[in-house]
Write a protein that binds this ligand. Structure first.
Ligand SMILES: Cc1cc2nc3c(=O)[nH]c(=O)nc-3n(C[C@H](O)[C@H](O)[C@H](O)COP(=O)(O)OP(=O)(O)OC[C@H]3O[C@@H](n4cnc5c(N)ncnc54)[C@H](O)[C@@H]3O)c2cc1C
Ligand code: SF4
Ligand code: SF4
Ligand code: SF4
Length: 398
């Protein structure tokens, strides 16, 4: 039976939850807002299935397929602008639907929580488009995918690398009608922190949010912005380095513990295709950089290669050296370092307001030091000016 002793050893993939034959595993949020499995011991038959499917506990063997990397741009400009990078997810998903399949991905629900679901018509793919920088709840979607695959339906499952490993472990066998697409994954922030931020923004706007986007490209793809559209027709929009939530995310202060020791970062992946932002495109292939978004993709299997050939006439693409591309995107192969403020950030999560939290724990130490130095120098100058004034006055009186 699964027991979480060290939280770094659970990526929250839901494989154990989906496999348990007696449904005695519940996913419960901890104080940080991340879901972990909790077993109702009285109902457990000690069948051991939960441990067998856990992707953290399994031995990882690298496949023998040598991955290829490409820079890609979807020819459909509208969809590309709605997407985080070059819009490759939508091209692949549309092809799967054209082939009679279903698509699984991460979407916002009516409360702006992030969860996985599936769609089978192209018009509904929009809800999966765009990165949501929050851990997505898998729920029962592995079970749903298995039923569809067993019935012979084609399926595309998209998610983080650990979600794809979790799905594959849960399925336990190869399905030729399944295509898996993962992302290069920086790490996933806490749904609890995200909820606090949504509440904070709604309170500031005195209105409920209607639409949220993490990756608006109005000021360019490289300087993307976070946007909230509210029911009172106002909009909040800030670039990534100014938005409070993105600052916390990129400072690695609120990621899931497993993301600091991620076992799924490699160029030899379980997925058929990996999607990423092509950071470094301006150096490697300036011709493919118009600052509207270029995707970096890894093709990790024959099925992945077959898909890319099918959609080739709907995109611009060029093969690149995978090792060179990864130099600009270390998140593909390397976990982020733990922020030394992480513990204190979560200790005060429910005590401070969102802006207080970010100001206190996500401001560069260097800039605080620099600010202090500037203050001290200004103070000295002011003192000197005052002393000079006093001396002048005294001299005048003589
Ligand atoms: C949490 C997170 C961290 C990321 N970190 C990096 C990084 O460090 N470097 C990098 O190059 N790229 C990273 N990406 C990937 C990148 O932001 C784009 O999602 C990717 O390039 C696909 O873009 P696209 O234009 O093809 O399609 P888009 O339409 O932008 O992509 C949508 C796809 O992303 C999936 N998705 C969205 N949110 C989530 C989520 N919370 N959990 C699981 N799947 C999700 C959807 O299901 C869909 O498959 C990250 C994405 C996420 C969600
Ligand atoms: S051992 Fe079997 S019954 Fe018990 S929690 Fe795990 S999967 Fe469920
Ligand atoms: S990593 Fe996945 S399968 Fe393993 S314990 Fe956590 S939720 Fe369960
Ligand atoms: S960093 Fe690793 S453990 Fe964290 S969500 Fe991404 S793939 Fe999963």
């Amino acid at each position: 039976m699964i027991q979480i002793v060290d939280k770094q050893n659970c990526c929250g993939c839901y494989a154990c939850y989906n496999i348990c034959p007696t449904k005695c595993i519940h996913m419960q949020s901890d104080v940080e807002g991340f879901g972990y499995p909790v077993v109702e011991i009285d109902e457990c038959t000690e069948c051991g299935l939960c441990e067998q499917v856990c992707p953290i506990l399994e031995d990882k063997t690298a496949g023998n397929y040598e991955p290829l990397a490409y820079a890609c741009i979807n020819n459909n400009e509208t969809i590309r602008l709605e997407s985080s990078s070059g819009g490759l997810f939508s091209l692949i998903a549309e092809q799967v639907i054209d082939d009679g399949g279903v698509v699984f991905g991460a979407n916002f629900n009516e409360n702006f929580e992030v969860e996985h679901s599936c769609v089978e018509i192209k018009g509904e793919l929009e809800k999966f488009r765009g990165s949501k920088y929050v851990q997505s709840r898998i729920g029962e979607t592995y079970k749903q995918a298995k039923q569809l695959l067993k019935s012979g339906r084609k399926a595309l499952f998209t998610g983080t690398p650990c979600q794809i490993d979790g799905l594959k472990s849960y399925l336990g066998k190869f399905y030729s009608n399944l295509l898996c697409v993962d992302i290069v994954c920086h790490g996933v922030p806490s749904p609890g922190v995200w909820k606090k931020y949504v509440d904070y923004r709604q309170a500031k706007a005195s209105s409920a949010a209607q639409r949220i986007s993490f990756r608006r490209k109005d000021d360019g793809w490289k300087r993307y912005s976070v946007s909230f559209l509210f029911e009172n027709n106002t909009e909040y929009r800030k670039t990534l380095n100014k938005d409070l939530y993105m600052r916390a995310f990129l400072k690695n202060v609120c990621l899931r513990p497993s993301c600091y020791a991620c076992q799924f970062k490699t160029i030899h992946r379980q997925s058929d295709i990996t999607l990423a932002d092509f950071w470094g495109i301006d150096h490697m292939l300036p011709d493919m950089d118009d600052d509207k978004g270029t995707s970096l993709i890894f093709v990790n299997s024959k099925a992945g290669q077959a898909m890319i050939e099918k959609i080739a006439d709907k995109m611009k693409f060029k093969e690149v050296d995978i090792n060179e591309a990864v130099k600009y995107n270390s998140a593909a192969i390397k976990s982020v370092d733990t922020n030394s403020n992480r513990e204190k950030f979560f200790e005060e999560l429910h005590k401070l307001t969102f802006d207080e939290l970010v100001k206190k724990y996500c401001t560069d130490k260097l800039s605080i030091r620099v600010k202090r130095k500037i203050k001290a120098v200004l103070k000295k100058i002011l003192m000197k000016v005052r002393l000079f004034g006093l001396a002048k006055k005294a001299a005048g009186r003589k």
